[in-house]
Structures are given as C-alpha cells and as structure tokens.
Design a protein around this ligand. Sequence first.
Ligand SMILES: *[C@@H]1O[C@H](CO)[C@@H](O)[C@H](O)[C@H]1NC(C)=O
Length: 288
Amino acid sequence: MASFFEGFSALFLGITLVMSSCMVANCGNFYQDFDLTWGGNRAKIFNGGQLLSLSLDKISGSGFQSKKEYLFGRIDVQLKLVAGNSAGTVTAYYLSSQGPTHDEIDFEFLGNVSGEPYTLHTNVFTQGRGGREQQFYLWFDPTKNFHTYSIIWKPQHIVFLVDNTPIRVFKNAESVGVPYPKNQPMRIYSSLWNADDWATRGGLVKIDWSKAPFTAYYRNFNAQTCSGSCTSSNSKFSNGEWQSQELDAYSRRRLRWVQKNFMIYDYCTDYKRFVHGIPAECRKSRFL
Ligand SMILES: *[C@@H]1O[C@H](CO)[C@@H](O)[C@H](O)[C@H]1NC(C)=O
C-alpha cells in the first residue's frame, strides 16, 4: 500500500514539474492556448501548433483569442508582420476584459506602403476609458523576421516591450485618482483587418487589394502567470524575472533611447488635445 502512495505522489510531483517548467519555457501550443474566432480559413494553425497565421482579403480579415483569461503576468509572442505594401492594414494584438468598464492593453501595428515604416500604436484602457495613445517607429523592419512583443502586467505597472526592450511604462497612478487594471481578468486577442479609413497617413492611403491576401505570422507564444490565486494584495507569481519590482538601470536606459529616438506620438505631451490639463498619470514621472 505504501508503495502505491509513493508511486502516486512521484507521478503527481512529475506532473507538477512539467507544468511549472512550461510556464517558464516556450511550451506554448496554439491549438492548446487559442481559438480561431473569425475569418474562416483565413486564420490557420500549422506546424503541429507551433505557427499561426492570420490573413486579410477583400471579403474578410481574421482573428483569434486565448482560451484562458489572465490576471497579471508576462505575455510574449513573436510576430512577423504583413510584408510589402501593407498600407491600410492593421494587425492588433491586445489583452482585454469584457463589458462597458473593461480594461485593455493594446499593441496595434499600422501597415504602410513598401519601404515606409510601420507605426506601432499602443494604448491602455482602464474602466472603459482609453485615449492614452503612444506611437513608435521600430528600429528594424518587422516584416523581415519574427520579433518578440511582450506585455508585463503587474499590480505596480504595465510594461510594453519589443525584443525585450521596454518601449512604454504605464504606472499604477491610483494614488492620484487614475483607475488601474487590477480586478478584471483579460483574454488575449489578435486580428488582422481593414482599417484603411484611418490607419495609414490618417486614412489617405488605401489598401491595394491587388496585393491580397495579406498575411501575418505568430509563433512562440508564452504566458508566465500567477500560480494559484493572484490579486494585487496576494501576489503569488510563478518564478521568473518578470516579477521583479522595477526596471533595472539598463532597461531604463533602453526605454529612454526608444522614447527619444522612435516615439512619434505621446498623448502626455499633446497640449493641444488636453487644453484643460494633461491627464493625471502623465504628471507622474514617465520613467521608473
Ligand atoms: C507611413 O509612412 C509615412 C511616410 O514615411 C509616415 O509619415 C507614416 O507615419 C507611416 N506610418 C503610417 C501608419 O502611416
């Protein structure tokens, strides 16, 4: 009898080890983690679950969403964006909860004509309110290779990263009355769609349908999440560097480098838009 229980607990330990190493390593499998939600066969999973693609043609775009919901964590995915003339297309990759007071953390990649740069548009919604846009050019061509786009979502701050370089930090500014996403679990969503009424040069450049279908590729999805229950007061995060409190000195330097050289729009400095005063969270230091 004793050996039965020993065997059983060894098996249980084995399962636990496999599960926890998956949270750290790239164990993501698109079949396991995502549902293709719209666009019919324009959304595809292949290579045994290692690769996913979304396409857009004249009839429809396409999209997928995570099976799970997340409340805090580090979410990474590698993306290769629509190549060539991608003007008018938008590839959106975001975390969102549901309903009129939803929270949302957005990456949106706005396409461009061949040879002109993509715009990476970011936004943060809290309690249904957004309007916190920051936009960037990238320091590489995002259509040539896969690059890693990550969101670190913690009770203290949200960090957007590109190839592990932080490009944006949204700090918890509840102390000055700004709602912060901390109670509503979010799902991951992604879609490729026609946004040629606004995306490229403010809607001036339309989609060239002779180049359709437009296709973006995804791989190496990885989510490091909270083990067990995880709220802002009870943060039992799984192991991983992402949980350390602050950005280190090197990351802060990288963040300043991106913001100085690649940021093309910042709502925090849009004094024409906020004639009655810049939003409260902007008055806190933007750097950690
Ligand atoms: C597209 O290229 C033009 C010209 O370089 C640039 O002004 C614009 O910001 C780029 N991105 C988008 C999304 O329009």
